[in-house]
Design a protein around this ligand. Sequence first.
Ligand SMILES: [Zn+2]
Length: 95
Amino acid sequence: MNYSDQEIQVCDICGKPGVKVKFVSRSYGQGINLLVIEKVPVVSCPHCGESYLTAETLHGIERIKLQRDFFAVERPVPVAEFAGRTRLGLPTSDH
Ligand SMILES: [Zn+2]
């Protein structure tokens, strides 16, 4: 995919030009189905403050998820659970 024309993109939300594209890592699923996709282009607009994925990006993610065995590279990745077993000091309500 080619994002070299990102400077002339206009915001899908407010229609103004000058949106920025930043590349982030996103994760989908969990456990053995966890899939991390790096360099997902997220469009952020300095005018209205929205940040979103384009339809093209969403299609690309769906394609990667459907063909994850083809796209994915096995890498040992440390995964941290937010508010996992420690429950952040909350009273335990375990049965
Ligand atoms: Zn905008």
